[in-house]
Design a protein around this ligand. Structure first.
Ligand code: FES
Ligand SMILES: [Fe+2]
Length: 374
């Protein structure tokens, strides 16, 4: 008893200590933090597709449970190959169903062998014939794309996992990269792509960007950044020679849970030859202790023949190199940020618009209960 009391106190002490390492909880008395309804709000998970597991990590007739924000979900793949997702804790006594067995298209709890079907309905209780009709679990829409299993925090969704507009309905090659982690809400890391000032100050790209914004469909925000390289700086001069004077890229955000970056828009090599655009997706997930996970996925069109294969894979490699180059230069910023938006300038308008867009998104049932209520 004394031992568990000590353990409890140590855990409380650790929890208190970690508070001092979370920038959001610092300087509260002297630097008020602007709170948003959805943006940078850890109590909200918006409706949207969330990346969960690699498809190859969930074999037929196996189950795995995953923590997505504050929600533990069991994923299982039935004998048919279809994937299902339910709330993870057995309604009988709360065992994690990820420990259970898959039987046909059902999941069986390890403890007393109750079985649940794809809709979360209890269909078998071994110790009695009758199954109470009110024993059930919430079930969620799932889909597989880009080699991953994605989940939507509701029973169904009409939306598709984001596709690159130029590649819609085309055969594609894709490549995942190792996930990386940031010490802030992923809504903040998503700002990076549209922060025009930091291109100059962090990435040494002395370029003046013009932003244009549109909402091509509900819950999507598209921001195109376009600019001309000035002559002065060495990196800019080098890029001018190689790619011409213009620099343009585009970010598309879908439901605040996925971002698509398209680089090298309308670029001509040495001003003559059209170069292919480079595309990548960022899939975001909130984690425990106010950290976020980002999974980069590089995407390109599938080209025919051996040469086509080589070109496609070269472009995936090139996208990865460009991404590494940008990621390494601002990684430490997102580990130490206490994001606040009290002094935005005109040049920061895309950021203000992006925050407003995130605040308009719909909280899902995985959000804290009082969210969105007056
Ligand atoms: S805890 Fe799952 S069947 Fe008893
Ligand atoms: Fe950056």
């Amino acid at each position: 008893m004394l031992y568990s009391f000590d353990v409890l106190h140590s855990l409380q002490a650790i929890a208190k200590l970690t508070m001092y390492f979370i920038p959001e909880q610092l300087n509260i008395q002297t630097q008020q933090l602007r709170e948003h309804t959805v943006f940078n709000n850890w109590d909200v998970m918006t409706e949207g597709w969330y990346i969960a597991l690699k498809s190859s990590d969930l074999k037929k007739a196996t189950a795995k449970s995953c923590l997505l924000g504050k929600q533990r979900i069991v994923f299982f793949r039935g004998d048919s190959g279809s994937v299902y997702a339910l709330d993870a804790f057995c309604p009988h006594m709360g065992v994690d169903l990820g420990l259970g067995n898959v039987i046909g298209e059902n999941i069986q709890c390890l403890f007393h062998h109750w079985q649940f079907n794809e809709n979360g309905q209890c269909v078998d209780i071994p110790c009695q014939e009758e199954v109470p009709s009110n024993v059930c679990l919430a079930h969620y829409a799932v889909t597989e794309k880009y080699g991953y299993i994605w989940i939507w925090p509701d029973q169904s969704s009409k939306a598709k996992v984001l596709e690159i507009p130029e590649l819609e309905d085309k055969a594609i090659f894709f490549k995942h990269d190792e996930a990386y982690f940031r010490g802030c809400h992923f809504h903040i890391t998503m700002v990076n792509g549209i922060d025009a000032q930091h291109l100059r100050t962090v990435h040494d790209l002395a370029v003046n960007m013009q932003a244009s914004l549109c909402e091509p469909q509900p819950h999507h925000l598209e921001i195109s950044m376009r600019g001309e390289f000035p002559q002065g700086n060495k990196r800019a001069q080098w890029m001018r020679k190689l790619f011409g004077g213009q620099y343009a890229y585009r970010m598309i955000y879908a439901y605040g849970t996925i971002g698509a970056l398209t680089m090298m828009q309308n670029v001509k090599l040495f001003g003559k030859w059209n170069l292919p655009m480079l595309h990548m997706l960022y899939a975001y997930l909130p984690l425990k202790e106010k950290r976020s996970k980002v999974v980069p996925i590089y995407v390109t069109q599938k080209r025919k023949g051996v040469l086509g294969w080589i070109i496609s894979h070269f472009l995936l490699w090139l996208t990865q190199r460009l991404f590494y180059f940008l990621k390494e230069e601002d990684g430490m910023i997102y580990e130490n940020i206490r994001f606040n938006t009290n002094s935005l300038l005109k040049i920061d308008q895309p950021i203000a618009k992006y925050i407003a867009y995130i605040n308009r998104l719909k909280p899902s049932k995985w959000s804290a209960r009082d969210i969105g209520k007056p």
